[in-house]
Design a protein around this ligand. Structure first.
Ligand SMILES: [Zn+2]
Length: 222
Protein backbone atom coordinates (compact mmCIF):
# COMPACT_ATOMS: atom_id res chain seq x y z
CA UNK A 1 0.00 0.00 0.00
CA UNK A 2 1.53 3.30 -1.08
CA UNK A 3 0.71 6.54 0.69
CA UNK A 4 -0.10 9.46 -1.59
CA UNK A 5 1.38 11.99 0.86
CA UNK A 6 4.71 10.14 0.67
CA UNK A 7 4.59 10.22 -3.13
CA UNK A 8 3.77 13.94 -3.01
CA UNK A 9 6.74 14.65 -0.72
CA UNK A 10 9.11 12.59 -2.87
CA UNK A 11 7.88 14.36 -6.01
CA UNK A 12 8.41 17.82 -4.48
CA UNK A 13 11.88 16.83 -3.36
CA UNK A 14 12.79 15.40 -6.78
CA UNK A 15 11.58 18.48 -8.66
CA UNK A 16 13.03 21.03 -6.21
CA UNK A 17 16.44 19.40 -6.31
CA UNK A 18 16.49 19.01 -10.10
CA UNK A 19 19.08 21.45 -11.49
CA UNK A 20 17.68 21.11 -15.01
CA UNK A 21 14.22 22.11 -13.80
CA UNK A 22 15.73 25.19 -12.12
CA UNK A 23 17.51 26.08 -15.35
CA UNK A 24 14.33 25.75 -17.38
CA UNK A 25 12.46 28.01 -14.91
CA UNK A 26 15.25 30.60 -15.33
CA UNK A 27 15.00 30.26 -19.13
CA UNK A 28 11.24 30.76 -18.86
CA UNK A 29 11.81 34.12 -17.21
CA UNK A 30 13.94 35.25 -20.18
CA UNK A 31 11.91 33.52 -22.86
CA UNK A 32 8.35 32.73 -21.78
CA UNK A 33 7.35 30.37 -24.58
CA UNK A 34 5.38 27.16 -24.76
CA UNK A 35 8.50 25.56 -26.25
CA UNK A 36 10.27 26.13 -22.93
CA UNK A 37 7.23 24.94 -20.95
CA UNK A 38 7.32 21.76 -23.04
CA UNK A 39 10.90 21.14 -21.87
CA UNK A 40 9.76 21.73 -18.30
CA UNK A 41 6.79 19.38 -18.70
CA UNK A 42 8.98 16.59 -20.06
CA UNK A 43 11.48 16.96 -17.22
CA UNK A 44 8.87 17.19 -14.44
CA UNK A 45 7.03 14.23 -15.98
CA UNK A 46 10.23 12.18 -15.99
CA UNK A 47 10.89 13.15 -12.36
CA UNK A 48 7.39 12.06 -11.35
CA UNK A 49 7.74 8.86 -13.36
CA UNK A 50 10.97 8.01 -11.53
CA UNK A 51 9.34 8.70 -8.15
CA UNK A 52 6.51 6.36 -9.09
CA UNK A 53 9.05 3.69 -10.10
CA UNK A 54 10.45 3.84 -6.55
CA UNK A 55 6.97 3.42 -5.11
CA UNK A 56 5.98 0.73 -7.62
CA UNK A 57 6.71 -2.21 -5.28
CA UNK A 58 4.29 -0.66 -2.76
CA UNK A 59 1.59 -0.04 -5.32
CA UNK A 60 -0.79 -2.94 -5.65
CA UNK A 61 -1.13 -2.71 -9.39
CA UNK A 62 -3.86 -5.34 -9.57
CA UNK A 63 -6.50 -3.54 -7.52
CA UNK A 64 -8.18 -0.17 -7.31
CA UNK A 65 -5.24 1.51 -5.62
CA UNK A 66 -3.49 2.33 -8.86
CA UNK A 67 -6.64 3.90 -10.28
CA UNK A 68 -6.79 6.06 -7.15
CA UNK A 69 -3.17 7.03 -6.61
CA UNK A 70 -1.99 7.46 -10.20
CA UNK A 71 -4.52 10.19 -11.10
CA UNK A 72 -3.70 11.98 -7.82
CA UNK A 73 0.02 11.85 -8.61
CA UNK A 74 -0.60 13.05 -12.18
CA UNK A 75 -2.68 15.85 -10.64
CA UNK A 76 0.54 17.19 -9.06
CA UNK A 77 2.15 17.27 -12.49
CA UNK A 78 -0.94 18.88 -14.05
CA UNK A 79 -0.95 21.65 -11.41
CA UNK A 80 2.72 22.53 -11.82
CA UNK A 81 2.77 22.37 -15.62
CA UNK A 82 -0.45 24.35 -16.05
CA UNK A 83 0.84 27.01 -13.63
CA UNK A 84 3.86 27.47 -15.93
CA UNK A 85 1.54 27.57 -18.98
CA UNK A 86 -0.55 30.25 -17.25
CA UNK A 87 2.47 32.47 -16.80
CA UNK A 88 3.55 32.08 -20.41
CA UNK A 89 0.07 32.60 -21.84
CA UNK A 90 -0.74 35.67 -19.74
CA UNK A 91 2.61 37.29 -20.54
CA UNK A 92 1.98 36.58 -24.23
CA UNK A 93 -1.51 38.07 -24.00
CA UNK A 94 -0.27 41.18 -22.20
CA UNK A 95 2.52 41.66 -24.74
CA UNK A 96 -0.13 41.61 -27.48
CA UNK A 97 -2.15 44.16 -25.52
CA UNK A 98 -4.84 41.63 -24.70
CA UNK A 99 -6.48 41.50 -21.30
CA UNK A 100 -7.46 37.87 -21.87
CA UNK A 101 -7.07 35.52 -18.91
CA UNK A 102 -5.55 32.06 -19.03
CA UNK A 103 -7.93 29.12 -19.36
CA UNK A 104 -6.66 26.12 -17.44
CA UNK A 105 -7.29 22.83 -19.26
CA UNK A 106 -9.28 20.21 -17.40
CA UNK A 107 -7.35 17.40 -15.77
CA UNK A 108 -7.45 14.56 -18.30
CA UNK A 109 -8.95 11.80 -16.13
CA UNK A 110 -9.59 9.48 -19.09
CA UNK A 111 -5.91 9.59 -20.01
CA UNK A 112 -4.85 9.10 -16.37
CA UNK A 113 -7.09 6.04 -16.00
CA UNK A 114 -5.89 4.74 -19.37
CA UNK A 115 -2.33 5.06 -18.11
CA UNK A 116 -3.26 3.10 -14.96
CA UNK A 117 -4.71 0.35 -17.17
CA UNK A 118 -1.57 0.17 -19.31
CA UNK A 119 0.72 0.04 -16.27
CA UNK A 120 -1.39 -2.68 -14.63
CA UNK A 121 -0.67 -5.05 -17.49
CA UNK A 122 3.13 -4.82 -17.20
CA UNK A 123 4.75 -7.45 -14.99
CA UNK A 124 8.42 -7.10 -15.93
CA UNK A 125 10.17 -4.71 -13.53
CA UNK A 126 12.40 -2.96 -16.10
CA UNK A 127 9.58 -2.65 -18.59
CA UNK A 128 7.37 -1.16 -15.85
CA UNK A 129 10.04 1.40 -14.89
CA UNK A 130 10.53 2.44 -18.50
CA UNK A 131 6.80 2.63 -19.16
CA UNK A 132 6.15 4.76 -16.08
CA UNK A 133 8.79 7.34 -16.98
CA UNK A 134 7.84 7.48 -20.68
CA UNK A 135 4.10 7.56 -20.13
CA UNK A 136 4.10 10.06 -17.30
CA UNK A 137 6.34 12.38 -19.36
CA UNK A 138 3.91 11.93 -22.27
CA UNK A 139 0.97 12.78 -19.96
CA UNK A 140 2.86 15.86 -18.78
CA UNK A 141 3.52 17.03 -22.35
CA UNK A 142 -0.20 16.53 -22.96
CA UNK A 143 -0.98 19.14 -20.28
CA UNK A 144 0.95 21.68 -22.38
CA UNK A 145 -0.85 20.57 -25.56
CA UNK A 146 -4.24 20.87 -23.80
CA UNK A 147 -3.30 24.29 -22.50
CA UNK A 148 -2.31 25.47 -25.97
CA UNK A 149 -5.49 24.00 -27.44
CA UNK A 150 -7.76 25.71 -24.88
CA UNK A 151 -6.03 29.08 -25.00
CA UNK A 152 -5.62 29.21 -28.77
CA UNK A 153 -9.38 28.61 -28.87
CA UNK A 154 -10.06 31.44 -26.43
CA UNK A 155 -7.91 33.83 -28.49
CA UNK A 156 -9.31 32.78 -31.86
CA UNK A 157 -12.91 33.03 -30.66
CA UNK A 158 -12.12 36.48 -29.26
CA UNK A 159 -11.21 37.51 -32.80
CA UNK A 160 -7.41 37.35 -32.49
CA UNK A 161 -5.66 35.84 -35.52
CA UNK A 162 -4.23 32.74 -33.89
CA UNK A 163 -1.65 30.50 -35.51
CA UNK A 164 -0.20 27.24 -34.22
CA UNK A 165 3.39 26.37 -35.02
CA UNK A 166 4.35 22.74 -34.56
CA UNK A 167 8.10 22.20 -34.67
CA UNK A 168 9.56 18.71 -35.10
CA UNK A 169 12.26 17.83 -32.63
CA UNK A 170 15.42 16.82 -34.49
CA UNK A 171 15.27 13.08 -35.28
CA UNK A 172 11.82 12.59 -33.74
CA UNK A 173 10.19 10.57 -36.51
CA UNK A 174 8.91 10.81 -40.09
CA UNK A 175 5.33 11.20 -38.86
CA UNK A 176 6.29 14.24 -36.75
CA UNK A 177 8.27 15.76 -39.65
CA UNK A 178 5.09 15.43 -41.70
CA UNK A 179 2.85 17.05 -39.06
CA UNK A 180 5.23 19.97 -38.38
CA UNK A 181 4.09 23.26 -39.84
CA UNK A 182 2.10 26.45 -39.37
CA UNK A 183 -1.68 26.24 -39.04
CA UNK A 184 -4.48 28.68 -38.49
CA UNK A 185 -6.38 27.69 -35.34
CA UNK A 186 -9.63 27.14 -37.23
CA UNK A 187 -7.87 24.68 -39.59
CA UNK A 188 -6.98 22.41 -36.69
CA UNK A 189 -9.59 23.19 -34.02
CA UNK A 190 -10.83 19.61 -33.98
CA UNK A 191 -9.07 18.03 -30.99
CA UNK A 192 -8.57 14.85 -33.04
CA UNK A 193 -6.36 16.70 -35.54
CA UNK A 194 -2.83 15.32 -35.89
CA UNK A 195 -1.36 18.61 -34.63
CA UNK A 196 -2.65 17.69 -31.15
CA UNK A 197 -1.39 14.12 -31.25
CA UNK A 198 1.79 13.00 -29.58
CA UNK A 199 3.31 9.51 -29.56
CA UNK A 200 5.39 8.17 -26.65
CA UNK A 201 8.78 9.84 -26.45
CA UNK A 202 7.73 12.73 -28.71
CA UNK A 203 9.13 16.06 -27.56
CA UNK A 204 8.03 18.12 -30.55
CA UNK A 205 7.00 21.64 -29.66
CA UNK A 206 3.87 23.61 -30.38
CA UNK A 207 3.68 27.36 -29.99
CA UNK A 208 0.88 29.87 -30.32
CA UNK A 209 1.43 32.93 -32.47
CA UNK A 210 -1.11 35.64 -31.74
CA UNK A 211 0.84 38.11 -33.82
CA UNK A 212 2.98 39.14 -30.88
CA UNK A 213 4.42 35.86 -29.68
CA UNK A 214 7.67 36.43 -27.89
CA UNK A 215 10.75 34.51 -28.96
CA UNK A 216 8.85 32.34 -31.34
CA UNK A 217 10.58 29.25 -32.65
CA UNK A 218 11.22 29.75 -36.34
CA UNK A 219 13.21 26.69 -37.34
CA UNK A 220 10.14 24.60 -38.12
CA UNK A 221 10.17 22.27 -41.05
CA UNK A 222 7.40 22.38 -43.56
ZN1 LIG B 1 7.49 14.24 -32.29
Amino acid sequence: MADFEDIKKAFRKAVDSDAEVRKIYADLQDLPTYANVMKLANKIGEDLGKVLVKFAPELSVDDLELADILPKALGLDHAQVSAACKEVQEKMNRKAGLGIKYKEPQFNMDKALGLADEIRGITDEDALAQALVERVANFSAGVVDDSIYENAGVLARAGVKTTLIRTAEANCCDWCDEVAGVYDYFEVNDKGNDVWRRHLGCKCEIDIDNGETIGRVNNYKK
